[in-house]
Design a protein around this ligand. Structure first.
Ligand code: SF4
Length: 266
């Protein structure tokens, strides 16, 4: 299988949340709409089947619906990873195959403490999940486990949302402000065990599973290493040197992507 099968394109660094573990620090510059579409086309020609748009908060990028519609039109499966900010508006203009809603807690105070949520974050996430489902969009929940939510039982809230997949990540101590939130692998395993839900596919990813198992592209169309390097290290721009030459400049392990369940029925 082509290693470029599934890629993540982080189209903007702009975000309206302030998660303490955020690892998006690519600066304010980004590609123009047309150049971002050229990157999507180049990825497709080089074997990409699924493209996930993230950020920053991708729904704050005014061209996100164009990117999703274009990727759909050239035969890609599409996904948006979002805190939900402008998702309601975005899905009026495009239909991604998947939406991954970030949710780290069923407790309002914890969600606020982490920095992702405002007062209505949890109820908004539930409403958005219901809306996506009614439109035939498949759902994921993405949860980052850190020292703030490590003792939590999220099974009630996740059962209410009823995603097709629940991705549970051990917090990555990349950003220096994330280091006080670090947890051990053992603590992470206990969280996963406590939160296992029959009938919901759970994908737990500890730090080792995540490192070098994602193909990441920044808002300037450069690959970067998916590990704990900080600041990030980037390839040359895809638009300057092409997909293959740029891709060879970063470390990526396709076997690790397969081992963490990164290839599934899209
Ligand atoms: S929602 Fe995502 S991009 Fe925004 S601050 Fe949180 S982790 Fe960073």
């Amino acid at each position: 299988m082509n290693p470029l099968t599934s890629v993540n394109f982080y189209i903007t660094s702009e975000c309206d949340s302030k998660c303490k573990f955020c690892f998006s620090n690519h600066g304010k510059k980004r590609l123009t709409r047309n150049n971002a579409i050229r990157v999507i086309d180049m990825l497709r020609k080089n074997g990409t089947q699924k493209i996930t748009f993230g950020g920053g908060e991708p729904t704050l990028h005014e061209s996100l619906p164009d990117f999703v519609n274009h990727a759909n039109s050239i035969g890609m499966k599409t996904a948006i990873v979002t805190n939900g900010s402008k998702l309601n508006e975005v899905i009026q203009f495009c239909k991604p195959s998947w939406v991954a809603l970030s949710l780290d807690s069923g407790c309002r105070a914890t969600q606020i403490l982490i920095g992702r949520g405002k007062a209505n974050y949890i109820s908004r996430t539930i409403n958005l999940a219901d809306k996506c489902r009614s439109l035939g969009i498949k759902l994921k929940v993405n949860t980052v486990v850190c020292s703030y939510n490590i003792k939590e039982d999220m099974t009630s809230i996740v059962k209410r949302i009823a995603p097709n997949r629940w991705k549970i990540f051990q917090v990555l101590p990349t950003n220096p402000s994330a280091r006080p939130l670090e947890i051990t692998k053992n603590q992470f395993s206990k969280f996963v065990k406590r939160n296992t839900i029959k009938d919901i596919t759970i994908i737990p990813e500890d730090i080792n599973a995540m490192c070098q198992s994602y193909i990441l592209i920044d808002p300037l169309g450069r690959f970067y290493h998916s590990d704990i390097r900080w600041p990030h290290e980037y390839s040359q721009p895809i638009l300057s040197v092409g997909v293959i030459k740029a891709f060879r400049q970063v470390s990526f392990d396709f076997n690790k992507l397969k081992e963490r369940g990164g290839i599934y029925e899209w």
